[in-house]
Design a protein around this ligand. Sequence first.
Ligand SMILES: C[S@@+](CC[C@H](N)C(=O)[O-])C[C@H]1O[C@@H](n2cnc3c(N)ncnc32)[C@H](O)[C@@H]1O
Length: 343
Amino acid sequence: MERYVEIDGKNIKELTSNNNVVCCRLRNSRIKSKQLAIMEMLLMNYDLGLRFIKNGPLGDVKGIVSFLISKDKMDALTERLNRIGYFNEFYLLNFDSEICENKSNIETINPLVWKGLSFSIETIYKQDEKLYEQQSPHNRTFKIVSYNGEEKVLNGYRGNGTDMGRRALPVEDARCLVNLSIPFNENKVLEPFAGGGGIIYMYKYINPNVDITSIDIDETLKPGLEYYGAKHIVGSSANVHLSESYDAIVTEVPFSNNATSSVVEAIKNVYANLDEKGIIVLMCGIQQSKDIANCLKEDLNSNLLFKKELNRKGTDVVIQVWTKNFELYNELESTISTVSKVF
Ligand SMILES: C[S@@+](CC[C@H](N)C(=O)[O-])C[C@H]1O[C@@H](n2cnc3c(N)ncnc32)[C@H](O)[C@@H]1O
């Protein structure tokens, strides 16, 4: 099925009688990443058949994107809204109310009419910023092996300050990377550069049923990653032997230029254990992106769903999403092309 829809005066009545229009507002920190936010929402809710509205309402409101969801899937969608990274406020347009009212904090100068139908705006959900704070690397509990060999409990672990040891993936990016991997379709996931466990922690929060394996070359991280619920392997992802197969590989690679060649070797190594319909979601430094993409395209013959640049507090990074699943690639091709034209 197409994952986007264009609404006009002819189809609006039928579409809004069976579906709800949900408007989502971008989190301030990711206000420039609308395309990634749309893809996060679509892939997270792939199993619910969520569709992006190409020409949505409230066009004068900054950072608003609209989606169409079947009315019988609305409860399932609402339950997931606390787990989304790049959007943090959610609204419902009600086309059935007799009086058209704006019962939200959305500020629009236009009349509440879309393609000839009038509507009311209600707030469905606003994310709790306290939860965001609790989930941030500087507040999470983590465990490491300290210099004397004993396990140490830390409140707030952001890495060991070395070139390879920076470990503080922001909450919104951790959620986004997990959600891009279609988390409600996956059973077994691999994180080959697990670090302080930002992705492991968030995967378990988003879908607690997932079976997740982590790898990191730094042996001090093992107790923390196990504490977050991973089956952990200490070693280099470039040569570790894996016996199981995974539905998804989700990772933030070490950004150091010194690490790029071992990251490429690691991707080659773990790709062999990705299921034939599997998906890879990765964040890398902008200067590494080309080498990683070449490896996935030329050496591994993978299918690129999309790659998008993002500025993370002054650091330019790239999110790449690849799949072995040619059917998924075909299905999403026109949706991704449509989303790539959104500004
Ligand atoms: C960018 S950090 C991951 C940060 C993590 N996403 C987080 O939220 O904390 C990258 C990690 O890769 C690890 N690493 C570097 N080279 C590796 C290799 N060849 N195999 C496995 N892990 C490696 C480093 O020890 C580091 O912990």
